[in-house]
Design a protein around this ligand. Structure first.
Ligand SMILES: [Zn+2]
Length: 58
């Protein structure tokens, strides 16, 4: 996976890679932090229940 150099694992609901300045974790709005949709992992957050969102703007 050398072509992924510099890429962090991101989920569809992430606005930026983890650790990006000006961003922070927030509860996933799709699964509301549970990481689950029914009996499946939430695709928006990859089952973590959290997404990365920008917190710097407003
Ligand atoms: Zn989720």
């Amino acid at each position: 996976m050398s072509s992924d150099d510099g890429k962090r694992r991101m989920n569809p609901g992430d606005e930026a890679p983890a650790g990006t300045p000006g961003t922070g974790e927030d509860l996933c709005p799709v699964c509301k932090g549970t990481g689950r949709i029914g009996h499946r992992d939430c695709e928006n957050c990859g089952g973590t229940g959290r997404v990365i969102r920008g917190i710097g703007g407003a």
